[in-house]
Design a protein around this ligand. Structure first.
Ligand code: NAP
Length: 276
């Protein structure tokens, strides 16, 4: 029987997930499908009933449903609860399990793009305290980073998130970057700055150690002004597209029983769609 998976969102036309999963389905010759489905917020409960009836093996969840689907799931794993969002659903025996693979996507991307990056890393700076920052914080915590500076435009949002995540997370304003940068081995942008070429006004990358790694989770454009500036200074960089590709791996494995790889060919196919 054909195994059917999906990505739900509202709207959904922009999603690159069908291209990613479609490529893997073809590569592995799997009798399966992965379709984008536009589900309006008020139609979510009815969609979950379709899931419980066994129409799909599972799927992905994107904007604006990542937070709201939690309450509809029959079970949610603890990390997804900490992150506060579900981006992957797995259906088994009439029950819907919710999980979050964004933090694995973040780790998989850095592991592939900068092997060994976390081995001696002691301090990191994360810019932004929104939804994506939650997954990045959980990822960095899982690697035992001693101190994570969570810098945001609005201090209260950073403070609230630091308190929720706990451990080595220290909240602050973006303005404190300059004094913290010299001891940071990793700089991560999780704000929406960088999208469509926007840039931080005062973020002196020269204050980072020459060994620092700079990564941006914004991937449109692929090389954000932050990454371009870091490269110009000779710093190591990893772009954000790999996070999108790597977060898709665990879902595909759970639905179709094969662990796919993020190949250069897949990356090139998805990269080609960013130009349009
Ligand atoms: P979000 O929840 O809306 O959070 C946005 C963050 O950006 C907040 O911390 C906000 O600060 C900050 N911000 C927005 N405009 C700013 C400005 N002009 N100056 C300074 N800070 C500003 O968004 P999100 O869901 O975390 O997503 C953030 C970005 O990550 C998006 O571009 C998204 O596409 C990207 N993303 C990529 C991946 C991937 O797989 N690569 C995955 C998820 C998200 P305040 O708290 O002060 O408002």
């Amino acid at each position: 029987m054909t195994r059917k998976a999906f990505v739900i969102g509202h709207p959904i036309a922009h999603s690159r997930s069908p291209l990613i999963h479609g490529t893997w389905l073809a590569e592995h010759g799997i009798d399966g499908s992965y379709e984008p489905i536009d589900v309006a917020p008020e139609d979510l409960p009815a969609f979950f009933e379709r899931l419980r009836r066994g129409e799909f093996v599972g799927g992905n969840v994107t904007i604006p449903h990542k937070e709201t689907v939690r309450a509809l799931c029959d079970s949610v794993d603890p990390l997804a609860r900490t992150i506060g969002a579900v981006n992957t659903l797995v259906v088994a025996d009439g029950a819907v399990h919710g999980t979050n693979t964004d933090y694995l996507g973040f780790l998989g991307n850095l592991d592939a793009g900068a092997p060994g990056w976390s081995e001696t890393l002691k301090e990191a700076i994360i810019l932004g305290a929104g939804g994506a920052a939650r997954a990045v914080l959980v990822a960095l915590k899982s690697r035992g980073i001693e101190r994570i500076h969570l810098l945001n435009r609005t201090l209260a949002n950073a403070e609230k998130l630091a308190e929720e995540i706990g451990g080595p997370v220290v909240p602050g304003l973006i303005e404190t970057y300059a004094e913290l940068a010299p001891s940071a081995g990793l700089l991560v942008n999780t704000t929406s700055i960088g999208m469509h070429g926007t840039r931080f006004e005062a973020l002196d990358l020269e204050r980072l150690p020459q060994t620092a790694l700079v990564t941006d989770i914004v991937y449109v454009p692929l090389v954000t002004p932050l990454l371009a500036d870091a490269r110009a200074l000779g710093l190591r960089t990893v772009d954000g597209l790999g996070m999108l590709l790597h977060q898709a791996v665990p879902g595909f494995a759970a639905w179709f029983g094969v662990t796919p790889t993020v190949s250069p060919a897949l990356r090139a196919r998805v990269e080609a769609t960013l130009e349009h």
